[in-house]
Every structure is written in structure tokens, then in C-alpha cells.
Design a protein around this ligand. Structure first.
Ligand code: TXA
Ligand code: MG
Length: 331
């Protein structure tokens, strides 16, 4: 693997590699993606190999101009068009009817395709220069935490991919919101970096995926996903340590993951955890999302065996943070 910077020369090397069928990890505003030419089935197959990802899991196709949506989608429903105009580029993925030219390996044989226009200038430039559209899942082994820095990618996949473009830490920090725009009202398949209220402001009503009654149709809905090696136990905001059985807390390697300073202080004072970490001292869901995966990567690297986490208030990106914490807890 070769590490690249973000000079125009390096971005040309990265995009040329994609055009030649190689695997290139690129920064996006959400998380790092592992990119390949979406119209090259062999290159896309190498993504699955590198990630050890089951082939049933469809990929997101990334574009760098709204006009390229038609190269991938067979049609664009009016509500999808409104969302593209209002919220792209940004952390919103739309599920649309697929054109037959899109290889089946990209969509796992589905009749639909996931489409996203990232706002990160490096991702945009690499896609633009490649002259193609780029299939890219998060650049992590299947089921593990998504990477929010080039170092995360290098340590997880460095020996299995061709290039990593280092664009620094990702600003949003959780994956894009996935919305099925083939149904009316459109349906949220994965909460993520685009707050649901921003979507509602553009198209009104949306359906929420309810894991209690529905069968997952998208692996982003699998119960266990985005999981660290440590056991993660999840509790309501403000309910620790009362909700935990004190005897189960490992005094040596446990950490409590609190939302804000008030909760952090309370969990420190109780003295039951070896350490306490706050997602956002100032209680900002955006900051919590941006730091979540980085913190979990670090806790794994430190060899923690238990993470006692509290949910955060569900407004804004809080819903996406709670979703990732929930999935991390289902191992
Ligand atoms: O922020 C993101 O979305 C990042 C960056 C790299 O763009 N990508 C990402 O990709 O998270 P991935 O492959 O880790 O997650 C894509 C999600 C999966 O849950 C997948 O099942 C769902 O999108 N998906 C893809 N195509 C689909 C389709 N045709 N129908 C339903 N769900 C689909
Ligand atoms: Mg992923």
C-alpha cells in the first residue's frame, strides 16, 4: 500500500489508480471509503475480498456531479430529485432504481442502487479526475468499526489495498443516512450523518425503519455491525451506574462512555469504572458523532474489555450515534 497526500499530483495518482482497476481508500466527510471503479466488476470484487465482506452486501456508488446520477439510476423520483437539489453534496445516500449497465456485483443483484454525492473536496476531486463513478463501502473489515482517519484504514486494511489518500480526520464521523427513495413515503434504512429533520424539511413525511417489526433489507440494518472487539453494554442516558450490576464491572479494564461533562462527572464520582470518557464535554451530538469511531478504535487499541455506554439525546445526529452504539452492543 502506498500513502498519498492531497496535492493535485497525488490526487491524480489516486484517480488514475481507480481508472486502472485498483483499490484506493479515500476520505469522505462521513468516514473513509474503499473505492474502485463501479463499472469494473473485477475491481469491485477486490473490494469484497479486501473487506472479507459477504457478497450479499450492496455498495454505495459515489458521484462528483449531480448530472452523473443518470449514469447509475434508471429514473429519479420527484422526492429524490428534491433531496438531491437541496441536500447534495452531503451525507445522504439515496436508493434508486438501477440502470442495467451497473454491474450486479455492485448491487448484489438488487434492482436498486445506492447513490451518494459526497461533499469532501478530496473525494470529489478523485472521483472527478477518475472519469468514472466510484463504488465505495466504508474502508473497514466487514462488521468492524468504520475508519475516520487514514491511520485506521492503514492498520485494518493496509496490506490488502493499493493506495490510501490521507485527508485527515473525517468531519461528520458516522456513515451517511441511507434513504430508500423507491417507496413513497421514502424510508430510512440507516440513520446517519444527515439529520432526519433536514430530510423532512425538504420532502415532508418519511418512514422510519423499526427493527422490532421489520426484517432487515439492508445490511446496515443488521443487528451486529460497526462493532469494537470490546464488549459494549448500552444504557439509557443518565441511568448508569444504577442500571448496571456493580459486580459485573471490571475494575481494571472497564471504561464508561458518557455523553457530556455532567454525565462524565457523575460516572467518575461513583468510582466503579477504571476510566471515564465523554463523547462531547459540551453536549454536542455533532461532536459526539465525529469522535465516536475514533474513541472506539482507541479503546480497542488500549485493550479495554468492557465499554459501559450511555445513549445520548436523540436529536439531530444523536439518532445515528445511538444506532451505532446499539449495533456495537449486539455481538
Ligand atoms: O458514509 C457512507 O455511506 C460511507 C462513505 C464511504 O460513503 N459508506 C458506507 O458504505 O457506509 P457501506 O458499504 O459501509 O454501507 C452502505 C449501506 C449498507 O448498509 C448497505 O446495505 C446499504 O448501504 N445499501 C447499499 N445499496 C443498497 C440497496 N440497493 N438497497 C438497500 N440498501 C443498500
Ligand atoms: Mg460499512
Amino acid at each position: 500500500m502506498r500513502l498519498l497526500g492531497t496535492t493535485e499530483k497525488d490526487l491524480a495518482i489516486a484517480s488514475d489508480a481507480i481508472a486502472r482497476g485498483l483499490l484506493v481508500a479515500i476520505p469522505t466527510e462521513t468516514v473513509y471509503g474503499l473505492g474502485a471503479d463501479a463499472f469494473d466488476p473485477i475491481a469491485v470484487a477486490r473490494i469484497f475480498e479486501a473487506k472479507r465482506r459477504p457478497n450479499f452486501d450492496p455498495l454505495i456508488v459515489h458521484i462528483a456531479r449531480i448530472g452523473d446520477a443518470e449514469r447509475v439510476a434508471a429514473s429519479i423520483p420527484a422526492k429524490a430529485r428534491a433531496l438531491m437539489d437541496a441536500l447534495w453534496p452531503g451525507p445522504l445516500t439515496l436508493i434508486l432504481p438501477k440502470r442495467s449497465e451497473v454491474p450486479d456485483i455492485v448491487t448484489s443483484g438488487l434492482e436498486t442502487v445506492a447513490l451518494r454525492f459526497p461533499s469532501h473536496p478530496v473525494a470529489r476531486r478523485v472521483i472527478e479526475l477518475s472519469g468514472t463513478v466510484v463504488a465505495a463501502p466504508s474502508a473497514n473489515p466487514f462488521g468492524y468499526l468504520s475508519p475516520t482517519t487514514a491511520e485506521h484504514v492503514a492498520s485494518m486494511l493496509g496490506d490488502r489495498i493499493d493506495f490510501i489518500v490521507d485527508g485527515g480526520p473525517c468531519e461528520v464521523g458516522v456513515e451517511s443516512t441511507v434513504l430508500d427513495a423507491c417507496v413513497d413515503p421514502p424510508r430510512v434504512l440507516r440513520p446517519g450523518g444527515m439529520a432526519l429533520d433536514s430530510i423532512r424539511r425538504v420532502i415532508g413525511d418519511i418512514d422510519l425503519f423499526d427493527r422490532k417489526v421489520a426484517t432487515p433489507t439492508s445490511p446496515g440494518q443488521l443487528e451486529s455491525h460497526y462493532a469494537p472487539h470490546a464488549a459494549l453494554y448500552l444504557f439509557e442516558y443518565g441511568s448508569l451506574p444504577a442500571a448496571a450490576k456493580p459486580g459485573l464491572i471490571d475494575p481494571v479494564s472497564s471504561i464508561a462512555l458518557a455523553f457530556d461533562r455532567a454525565r462524565g462527572d457523575a460516572l467518575r464520582e461513583c468510582g466503579l469504572f477504571e476510566a471515564v470518557e465523554c463523547l462531547s464535554e459540551r453536549g454536542d451530538a455533532r461532536e459526539a458523532a465525529a469522535r465516536l469511531f475514533s474513541i472506539l478504535h482507541r479503546l480497542d487499541a488500549e485493550g479495554r474489555t468492557q465499554i459501559w455506554a450511555e445513549k445520548i439525546p436523540a436529536e439531530g445526529l444523536g439518532a445515528a450515534v445511538n444506532d451505532r452504539l446499539y449495533k456495537a452492543s449486539r455481538k
